[in-house]
Design a protein around this ligand. Sequence first.
Ligand code: NAD
Length: 339
Amino acid sequence: MPYRVTLIPGDGIGKDVTTAARRVLEATGVPIEWDVQEAGADVIEKYGTPLPQNVLDSIRANKVALKGPITTPVGTGFRSVNVAIRQALDLYANLRPAKSMDGVRGPYKDVDLVVVRENTEGLYAGIEHIVIPGQAAEAIRLITRRACERIVRFAFEYARANGRRKVTAVHKGNILKLTDGLFLQTAREVAEQYPDIAFDDRIVDNMCMQLVQRPQEYDVIVATNLFGDILSDLCSGLVGGLGVAPGANIGEGAAMFEPVHGSAPNYAGLNKVNPTATILSGVLMLRHLGETEAANRVEAAVRKVIAEGKYVTYDLKPHRDDPTAVGTQEMADAIIAAM
Ligand code: NAD
């Protein structure tokens, strides 16, 4: 029986990167039946909403989805479709690994971090209102013990299952004494139940500096929604940038895999951007499905192509305007050939 997987190409560069990832995943021989669903800015005219109900129904039914990025208008317009899907399906854990690869330029060769970001509340709850029109507005940063407990537990369970040594909780408990006080207190309580895994905590601003200077000292990082989002972009920068950073959104009933990067509208349809982040999101999906051997094969092929440095996109070349850079689909071809 093939796996039935919801495929949401998204908008912007979404179609470029999901086409590449789909081709690589199909080349593994793992039988996958794609249930393609449209969402994003491009479908508003057709469906009257950027998130048609059948998208959520499809993920609920299939329990697994691969998704490209979706544009969210800044400062105006519709609310984020990405956040809406995570909230509607209670995909509470956003797992974002950042691991060094040979062939990628950067200050470090030995980064191996995993950011576990709370995915359903915090500042992304989207509770905002105008206090005085044009003068003052307010956002509510909702933090609950339930969400703190399950995200920290997820981080420890992940650490245990993957041979990790330490979990670091990141917060701003010195200023946000009630909300991040609750997060930190809950994290400490959960940590006591995992004596085999080391635990510490850092204030978020200090953490940013430490990650830039000494990323090797950290392992699994658990944080509330906004801090986790910012830290995972920072961590992607330590290992080659957004073009190589995969992600997974995991809940009790479903899981959705997507790159950390956004829709980079300036590059849409140009066959230019790096497909690695979406292909490695596909690797996370294969592992989730229990297809470990196929996942290892794809990951090894990605690493080989990047280490050789020949058939890679512009962002992995020494200079961004390097004329030898290949396109999105050509890099996927090289990965398929390497498999
Ligand atoms: P972005 O990640 O789209 O792009 C930032 C820059 O990163 C790009 O200009 C490009 O230089 C680089 N980049 C991104 N992906 C790349 C790739 N695959 N290969 C090579 N380089 C790559 O971030 P942004 O410009 O801040 O956001 C654009 C839109 O995407 C916004 O509407 C935002 O809301 C949305 N967004 C969506 C998601 C999601 O769908 N999960 C995540 C983040 C941002």
